[in-house]
Design a protein around this ligand. Structure first.
Ligand code: SF4
Length: 386
């Protein structure tokens, strides 16, 4: 409110203060006797005058307020969040002038990446009481929008056969796919088959895997699963979920990556990005990966599962980050109940975009042709990066 009536308010306050102070003085004077009676009368008159003037000044201040607010914003040069502005606007202003119509959502969900999403004046209401049908529609629409944004989404680990994808997926824990892609060429050059890796010297494997972090545990895992492949599956990666999850270090997430991308079997990959995003979108409140997989799987046809996983994971890596989601540059902002959890200023949000959406290379050193044709930028060849 202070910003709405800087001068008028102060004068009114001073007048009121003066009146109040004099009122006290009057009491004191009355106690002191008749010597103060002339002053008392003058004070009383002034106080009455100030009191009379107050409503007129207040009204004038309220009328001036909108212009002053805008000027103050301009002077500060800050982009004030619309939500904040809406909250701060005071009742007297709305009496003086009807409030402007607020825009809740950008008119169209699809926003070209790199372009700023239209500014929004209020955050959307969470979809409380959203019906099952509405949830299914919203979830599928998000997937369709993401398919337009990431038409070339694909697994970001370089691989040439199921064995390489299985090993690379195990190595990708707690590190980036780019780091794994920079590490696996040396590993597969030296140990191209499960038999080779099962018979390797662990210390030599550890040395190769060191850049991926947790290299001792990862060496144990990839050598252990190679041994199991040789002993139980004739050196071949099995194409069944039940068999894959029996391999040491292989859980459902890894199994679905392999099934979906090396065997073409539909699967949902519930990694850290997937878990975070589906909760932000209120697709499910589940926290256990297996339950998330079941809940989200029920919203989509099975044939969509693998691509859905890519879209969600790509969106999580490039735009909807864990700490600072780039809401102001997000193409699905109108469909997201968590809009505003991250940066909403379009220019600032644009700077948060990662990989090729932020104008940088992607993660694969050897990406599929479709990715290149759609304008994706491969990571620099080995040796070109520091
Ligand atoms: S970036 Fe913001 S608006 Fe977009 S999906 Fe994430 S939380 Fe929602």
């Amino acid at each position: 409110m202070g910003e709405h009536e800087p001068d008028g308010g102060r004068k009114v306050a001073e007048a009121a203060k003066g009146a109040s102070g004099r009122k006290s003085g009057k009491t004191a004077s009355a106690g002191a006797g008749g010597a103060g009676s002339a002053k008392k009368t003058a004070s009383a008159r002034k106080a009455a005058a100030a009191k009379k003037a107050a409503p007129a000044k207040k009204a004038a201040a309220a009328k001036k307020a909108p212009g002053r607010t805008a000027a103050a914003k301009k002077t500060n040069g800050k982009t004030t969040s619309a939500k904040k502005t809406t909250t701060k606007k005071a009742a007297p202003i709305s009496k003086a002038r009807p409030p402007k119509k607020v825009t809740i959502a950008p008119p169209k969900a699809t926003v070209a990446l790199g372009e700023a999403a239209p500014a929004r004046t209020v955050a959307p209401e969470p979809p409380k009481g959203e019906s099952r049908t509405a949830l299914v529609r919203r979830a599928r629409r998000i997937n369709r929008e993401l398919a337009e944004v990431f038409p070339y989404a694909h697994p970001e680990l370089d691989f040439e056969n199921p064995f390489q994808l299985l090993v690379a997926t195990v190595l990708s824990a707690q590190t980036t796919d780019l780091r794994v892609n920079q590490t696996t060429p040396a590993l597969f050059a030296k140990y191209p088959t499960p038999e080779d890796l099962a018979a390797a010297n662990p210390e030599e494997v550890e040395e190769i895997l060191r850049p991926t972090g947790f290299f001792r545990a990862k060496t144990k895992s990839v050598m252990g699963l190679s041994k199991a492949l040789v002993e139980e599956f004739g050196g071949q990666v099995p194409g069944r979920l039940d068999d894959l999850v029996k391999l040491p270090g292989v859980g459902r997430k890894t199994a679905f990556v392999v099934l979906g991308n090396a065997f073409g079997h539909p699967g949902i990959t519930v990694d850290t990005h997937f878990q975070r995003l589906v909760r932000r979108w209120r697709w499910t409140e589940e926290t256990d990966p297996d339950k998330i997989e079941a809940a989200v799987g029920a919203l989509f046809p099975k044939s969509d599962w693998t691509d859905l996983s890519h879209h969600v994971i790509w969106h999580g890596r490039r735009i909807c980050h864990a700490r600072k989601p780039a809401c102001g540059a997000c193409p699905i902002a109108p469909l997201c109940p968590a809009y505003g959890e991250g940066e909403t200023d379009p220019e600032k949000a644009k700077k948060l975009l990662k990989y090729e959406k932020g104008g940088f290379p992607g993660q694969r050193l050897k990406p599929p042709q479709a990715y290149l044709e759609a304008g994706g930028k491969p990571a620099p060849p080995l040796g070109a990066t520091g």
